[in-house]
Each structure stands twice: as C-alpha cells, then as structure tokens.
Ligand binder design. Structure first.
Ligand code: PHE
Length: 452
C-alpha cells in the first residue's frame, strides 16, 4: 500500500501542509489558557526556549526519519530497529486518544459559531453561560457528534484537499482578525495593558516545575510532535527541500499564531476581571468565556464574532481531519481493511471515548480518573505521559543506537545543517534528561504528590 508515495509540490507546499496540521485549537484555545494559568510571561519564555531547542530538534529528527525511510511511523520505527517497533504503535495511539476530545472542543466551537450567527452575543457574554452550557447533557453531545461526523465524512469521501484549500485562504484572515481584536482590546479597554505586561514580562516568582511540564506538553501538542505525524509528512517530502529551513518556518508560524492568540485573550481577561487569579486559572473554558465578552463590547462585534468562530472552526476541522486520517490509515494498513470500514471503526471508537469527555461536566461529573474529568485525563495522558515517553524513546534510538549522524546525513542532503551541534547535544543529553524530569513530575502530579 505504500509502494508509491506522492510528494508535496513546490518548496512552500511542504511547509504549508505541515503548518496547516500544526495550527489548530492547540494554538488558539489551548496555548492562551495554559499561559494564563501558568504565570503568563514566564510560561511564554519557557515555551519559546523549548520550542527553538527541543521542539526544533525533535521535529528535525521526525521529518528526517520519515524522509529517510519513506515509511509511515509504524513501518519506520520497525525499519530503524526491530526492538523499537512498539514506539511506532505507541505514536499511532496518540492521535486516537486526542481525536475524540478534540472533537468535543470542536463541538464547543460550532455551538458558539451558531450562537453568534443567531445573534446571541449578549447572552453568551454572561459569566455563567459556558459553564451552564457544559452542565447540559444533550446539546454538547449533539455538537460533538456533528463535529466528529463531519470529520468522518470528509475523511471517508476524501474531500480533504478541498477543505485544505479553504483553510489556506482562511488562515491569513484568522491572523488579521486575531491581530485586530488584540489591538482593539489593548487600545480601548481599561486594564488590558496590565494583561499585556503579565503576558510578556516574565515574573520568575511564578516559575515552577509545572510551568515546564505544561509548556512541554503544549509543545508536543501544538507542533504535532511525538505522534508520528511529522514522520508521515517527512515521508512525503522531496529530497531537495531543506529540512532545517522548513522546520524553522513551521515553528515560527505555529508559535507566532499561539503568541498572538494569547495576546488576544489574556489582556481581555485582565480587562474584564482585573487579573483575578480565579479568572486567569479557569482552564479549558477561558477562550469561550472571554471572547464573547469582547465581541459584545465591540462595534459590529456580532459579525466579527461569526467570522472569527468560523475561522477557528476551519482550523479545528483541518486538524481533526489530519488526526483522523492518521488513525484511519494505520487501520487500513495494519488490519488490511478497506477505507469505509476503517472510518467506521475509528468513528465508533471516537464516539465512545468522546461521549465521556462531553459528559464530564454534566451527567458524569462525579466520575474522576486521578482526580481529573475525562477530557482533562485524555489530554493529560496523551500530552504529559505518552508523548514524553515516545519522544524519550526516539531520542534514545537516535542518540545512542543509530547515532545523531543518521539524521544529520539526511538533513545535509539538501544543504548545510547550521544548528548541528545543538541538535546533537539536545538529542543525546539535554532532551532525555528533561523528558525524564517531565515524566516523573507528571506522574507525581497525577498521583497527587505535587500541584499542577
Ligand atoms: N497541532 C494541532 C493543534 O495545535 C493538533 C494536531 C495534532 C493536529 C496532530 C493534527 C495532528 O491543534
């Protein structure tokens, strides 16, 4: 099935496709709420440092593995070292865990899009609107089912290309809107500037190991690392394209959009709550609670709200398509079933897992796993446990078994590898030590020994 691999056309094709998969709810929904919760400027600083060192090295490694082996993750790890075959499997489980709860959040985005279209902006800007909504059973379930259903149909009928074209047009509009909303908030709202300072100026007294744990988890999620996706992308990349330069571009794009999303949301939180700790630490609901207030206070906010949420919806949809596509193709290849059946199986698993996440604040709110609701648990298990394990094993394989030269050679096929020494040190020493610390902290946190 993998006899003939197509490749991306043109130089920019690869970067756009990889960036399209990287940019999603992770940037717009997840990054701002983590930055608000984990100390603002200090989180931003840690995130940026990790992104240009650790994220850079791991992304280089994954893309080079894909391009060198010309295989999908499961095949690639097996080809590199038989003992590491299970890492490919592990990596393939991650998108299967993320997809269901990603679709629950995609459902929230759809609900808000519909709300703005119907002109309910004022109602949606009430503090309790979002939590009341999550407290319901049927509506969140319905929107979730609609989102995952739509994703399945697109994956099944292979109209992915069309959607990606739409999203490429929408991405620049989204960036302009985010910028516009940020400027509007900062210029017109009292107290917003304190939010900008909180977000940009690191306050080291707010630093803790959990800042690093959260930033690292976010890095995996946002850059689509440690889940085989970049290996797959690499397998489609032409040999003459410069891996290092492409990675820099993807990184800049992904981190840039996340940064701007934070700049849009955090100052608004300050404007509406005066920087109250509780408002900053509210977690997953931050964007859904804050943005309607901004749109409600804005001239023509209703229309801007509609356009903005439609863009976010498309960004979420392209990501969910790419997540589902990954799982579906693993099933097709490994279970030797057809696309239709594979889609159906993935849809059923996702519905099953997603229902628990959708009901975590209502019917099933008393069920906790390690003290977390289902959605938080799936998010934590993938980003803070599984992905660090996969990344650690990848570093061991590259750093000690195959040796970094294996990757360096592939990168150098298309030119000089400027940050070669940093890559070597990261993969062999810094990243593995770091990953062990992250894993231990995550486990201790889940067991209740340290506060996250
Ligand atoms: N990186 C995407 C985001 O930030 C999530 C994603 C992961 C999408 C893996 C596709 C594949 O939302």
């Amino acid at each position: 099935m993998e006899s003939k691999r197509s490749s991306f056309s043109g130089k920019i094709g690869f970067v756009l496709a990889a960036a399209g998969s990287a940019v999603g709810l992770g940037n717009i929904w997840r990054f701002p709420y983590l930055a608000a919760k984990y100390g603002g400027g200090v989180f931003l600083l840690v995130y940026i440092i990790l992104s240009v060192t650790f994220g850079f090295s791991l992304m280089i490694a994954e893309i080079a593995i894909g391009r060198k082996t010309q295989l999908s993750p499961i095949g690639a790890f097996k080809a590199l070292d038989k003992r590491f075959s299970f890492v490919g499997w592990l990596a393939s489980i991650v998108p299967a865990i993320i997809l269901p709860y990603y679709s629950v959040i995609g459902g929230w985005v759809m609900k808000f899009t519909a709300g703005f279209i119907m002109g309910n902006t004022a109602e949606m800007s009430h503090d309790k609107y979002f939590s009341d909504y999550l407290g319901q059973v049927w509506e969140p379930l319905g929107w979730f089912a609609l989102f995952i259903g739509l994703t399945s149909l697109i994956v099944l009928f292979g109209v992915k290309k069309g959607i990606e074209k739409v999203s490429k047009v929408m991405m620049p509009i989204l960036v302009v809107l985010i910028l516009g909303i940020s400027i509007y908030t900062i210029v017109t709202m009292d107290g917003a500037i304190d939010g900008v300072i909180f977000y940009i100026k690191p306050d080291f007294s707010k630093f803790s190991i959990m800042t690093v744990v959260a930033a690292m988890g976010q890095l995996f999620y946002s850059m689509s690392l440690a889940m085989g996706i970049m290996i797959t992308f690499g397998s489609y990349m032409k040999k003459e394209i410069k891996i290092e330069k492409s990675v820099h571009q993807i990184e800049l794009f992904d981190t840039g959009i996340a940064f701007l999303a934070g700049l849009m949301i955090i100052p608004s939180v300050f404007a509406f709550s005066g920087g109250d700790e509780k408002a900053l630490g509210q977690g997953a609901g931050l964007m859904f609670v804050t943005l309607p207030k901004v749109f409600d206070s804005m001239p023509a906010g209703n229309v801007i709200g509609v356009v903005f949420f439609i863009m976010v919806f498309f960004a979420a949809l392209t990501s969910s398509i790419s997540l589902m596509e990954t799982v579906v193709s693993v099933f097709i290849d490994k279970l030797k079933i057809n696309r239709k059946l594979s889609c159906l199986i993935v849809l059923i698993i996702s519905l099953f897992l997603g229902i628990s996440s959708a009901l975590g604040s209502s019917a099933w709110k008393n069920i906790k796993i390690f003290g977390m609701q289902f959605l938080d648990f799936f998010d934590f298990a993938s980003n803070n446990i599984l992905m660090p394990i996969i990344a650690l094993l990848t570093c061991i394989l590259i750093g000690y078994i195959l040796k970094p030269k294996f990757i360096v050679e592939e990168v150098e096929l298309s030119g000089k590898f400027n940050q070669k020494s940093m890559f070597n040190i990261m993969i062999k020493y810094i990243a593995p030590i770091f990953l062990v610390i992250i894993l231990v902290s995550s486990v201790l946190n889940a067991l209740g020994y340290i506060e996250i």
